[in-house]
Ligand binder design. Structure first.
Ligand code: NAP
Length: 244
């Protein structure tokens, strides 16, 4: 039987790394993106080259209707989704008093309500099957707090609350819900920080380097695998010892 994963924000960065690693583990993948269609199609081609099925689907995760459509289209083109990875996210640096209402609401809509929208859309199938796996991508900043990233850090902390609550609520249906909290990972998201800040973050990372998308993909693939079948409600740090 084909196993299908939905990875949000899989056109680039960590999401792309997760989608490829899941394909290596035998998953077909729905590759979600918002803007970069060519990048998403390139992820799809790389998955197909690994011998798995894949489709690219545009949807803003903040738009519940668009997400519901994407999930039913993925079921029609591949098969119903049994693994959901909530990876799509936005970040930015700004002092707390300078964040506009619009910016604040957009962080909540994408980083937190986005996860609610996808989970709501995939749950009916998982509940019927009494099986499924949900993995939310949080952040070390959601565990620790982050100066000049209050909105981002709040949403990432909230994802941990969502993970633990749903793990309890969905356990009777054998649906596992876990979280991965990446450290500082070399992707486009880091570009705005500049080389000096990046070097400082490397210094603060005991393993002495930035993480790669693959570092996070391995943690996600583990939590999605049967080796993690007794693990739910957990936050797995993949962060080089940043928070010890
Ligand atoms: P990235 O390089 O900026 O990539 C973001 C991805 O999310 C892209 O695929 C983008 O699609 C997609 N996306 C953004 N907004 C979306 C929306 N509203 N709907 C659907 N897709 C959307 O980011 P990244 O560094 O890989 O981060 C991935 C996740 O890891 C995020 O949740 C981030 O908070 C978390 N994280 C990252 C780090 C880090 O150091 N990089 C650390 C901790 C946690 P398009 O290509 O179409 O724009």
């Amino acid at each position: 039987m084909r196993r299908v994963a939905l990875v949000t924000g899989a056109s680039r960065g960590i999401g792309r790394g997760i989608a490829l690693e899941l394909a290596r583990e035998g998953w077909d993948v729905c590759v979600n993106y918002i803007q970069h269609q060519e990048a998403a199609e390139s992820t799809v081609r790389d998955i197909q080259a690994l011998g798995q099925n894949a489709v690219a689907m545009q949807a803003d995760v903040a738009d519940g209707e668009a997400v519901a459509k994407m999930v039913s289209q993925a079921a029609a083109e591949l098969a119903p989704i049994s693994l959901l990875v909530n990876n799509a996210g936005i970040a930015g640096q700004m002092q707390f008093q300078d964040i506009s209402d619009e910016q604040w609401n957009r962080y909540l809509a994408v980083n937190l309500s986005g996860a609610r929208n996808t989970i709501r859309a995939v749950l009916p199938h998982m509940l019927t099957e009494k099986s499924g796996c949900i993995i939310n991508i949080s952040s070390i900043w959601g565990l620790r707090g982050a100066s000049c990233e209050a909105a981002y850090a709040c949403t990432k902390a909230a994802l941990i609350g969502l993970t633990r609550s749903l793990a309890l609520e969905l356990a009777p249906s054998q649906i596992r819900v876990n979280c991965v909290a990446p450290g500082v990972i070399e992707t486009d998201m880091l570009e705005a920080l500049g080389d000096e800040v990046k070097a400082m973050l490397v210094e603060q990372t005991p393993l002495g380097r930035l993480g790669t998308p693959e570092d996070i993909a391995y943690a996600v693939a583990f939590l999605a695998s049967k080796r993690a079948s007794f693990i739910t409600g957990q936050v797995l740090g993949a962060e080089g010892g940043f928070i010890v």
